[in-house]
Design a protein around this ligand. Structure first.
Ligand SMILES: NC(=O)C1=CN([C@@H]2O[C@H](COP(=O)(O)OP(=O)(O)OC[C@H]3O[C@@H](n4cnc5c(N)ncnc54)[C@H](OP(=O)(O)O)[C@@H]3O)[C@@H](O)[C@H]2O)C=CC1
Ligand SMILES: CC(C)(CO)C(=O)C(=O)O
Length: 366
């Protein structure tokens, strides 16, 4: 049966995911928070090329309220720095039993949203994806180039009692690609973009700043690849300390970009050779830094400190980019700031990762 899916966002992932939903027989509706990114759909068909080839007339929402009210499920598909504003706009209109999917989840955003819903007495299931189900870039007008449809996407749901039901919903909408993970901390640690983009942006910052057109995969040279592998070891050490299973960087590139396992540099050279190595950012004002540093690296750094496995390269990346951009990326994260994370212990975070609600664990009576 065809489902109505509201998509908050109208950029590359929103368009690509709408195309996948349409291809799977469902009925997407897009919402652009400013209205700017859906303007091209007023008199144009959404046109996908690449890994998905389709063209259709997409529904467009005029407001967050319309998006929530006219759809069965809601997918959040925009950069992490827009999540809080979009959750605040949607939360008053979400109803009992509705499914909210976050693609990709950033910085315990699912907890922020669950708490807003709990304050209204609404019981909805919030599902966090470790990444996106497609990759791509929006092109001219209402077009999107879909570079890849992933074979595996990690997910978890809060409250965890809704996990099976939420996974069934995701599978019906997007296909049998979802791998259940053990709560929101596992999902946070399974998003590899922040660490990968740290190495890629650091190694290519002058290209970005000068607005050059450059191949991302080809420029994961052996030394950039070695940095990505070292960053990965920090992330895996934190996951292990938390008793959580997450994929390695080698599995990530192999499952997302369909290349055999080798060194990370060689895998990226192979992606470049087969045409899905992607194009790197042509501006320093890129989400590879402005999203991934505050909304990705920062949480890994916090978890590293809490578990006694400091993520030194991640921490150094936050400091280096803060110096380059003259910003304080460690304190820019609107979601973590709103959750006041430093008031809570690691055990409180572990609970919240399953329930969606961040509460102080009562001190044992002395
Ligand atoms: N593109 C890719 O291949 C991949 C992307 N991702 C992740 O997926 C997510 C979406 O990425 P992508 O679609 O490429 O990003 P885009 O930059 O294309 O997203 C643009 C959308 O984000 C909205 N937006 C931007 N800033 C804000 C803000 N401050 N408040 C509210 N809305 C805002 C825009 O709003 P408006 O409509 O008002 O202009 C627009 O709808 C990101 O988290 C990204 O890291 C992960 C893996 C691959
Ligand atoms: C290009 C790609 C797929 C890999 O870095 C990506 O994750 C992004 O655009 O955010």
């Amino acid at each position: 049966m065809s489902a109505k899916v509201g998509i908050a966002g109208a950029g590359s992932i929103a368009f690509g995911t709408a195309a996948l939903l349409h291809q799977n027989g469902h009925d997407p509706m897009l919402w652009s928070p400013s209205g700017a990114s859906t303007a091209a759909l007023q008199d144009g068909l959404l046109t996908a090329t690449g890994a998905i080839e389709t063209q259709f007339d997409s529904r467009v929402a005029a407001s967050a309220q319309q998006l929530a009210e006219e759809n069965d499920a809601i997918l959040i598909a925009l950069p992490g720095y827009g999540h809080k504003a979009v959750f605040d706009a949607l939360a008053p209109h979400i109803r009992d039993g509705q499914h909210i999917l976050i693609s990709s989840h950033a910085s315990l955003g699912a907890v922020y949203l669950m708490q807003a819903l709990a304050a209204r007495g609404v019981e909805a299931a919030v599902t966090a994806w470790g990444t996106t189900v497609v990759t791509g870039r929006r092109g001219e007008g209402a077009s999107v180039q879909v570079n890849t449809v992933r074979k595996k996407v990690d997910l978890c749901t809060v409250p965890e009692t809704r996990s099976d039901c939420a996974r069934a919903v995701c599978t019906r909408l997007f296909g049998d690609v979802f791998v259940p993970r053990d709560g929101l901390l596992a999902i946070s640690l399974s998003n590899l973009n922040p660490q990968n983009h740290l190495g890629i942006a650091l190694g290519n910052i002058t290209r970005m700043e000068r607005g050059e057109t450059w191949s991302q995969g080809q420029n994961v040279t052996p030394k950039v690849g070695a940095l990505l592998e070292a960053l990965d070891l920090e992330r895996l050490a934190i996951a292990e300390a938390l008793g959580l299973k997450t994929k390695t960087i080698f599995e990530h590139f192999s499952q997302s970009f369909h290349v055999p396992i080798s060194t990370i540099s060689e895998m990226n050279q192979q992606m470049h050779a087969q045409g899905n190595g992607g194009t790197g950012p042509a501006t320093a004002d890129s989400r590879y830094v402005t999203e991934d540093v505050p909304y990705g690296l920062q949480l890994t750094a916090i978890l590293g400190r809490l578990t006694g496995h400091p993520a030194e390269l991640h921490e150094a990346g936050i400091k280096i980019f803060s110096a380059m951009y003259a910003r304080d990326f460690a304190h820019e994260n609107e979601l973590l700031n709103a959750l006041e994370l430093d008031r809570y212990s690691l055990d409180d975070l572990r609970q919240a990762a399953r329930t969606g609600l961040l509460r102080k664990t009562p001190e044992p009576a002395s």
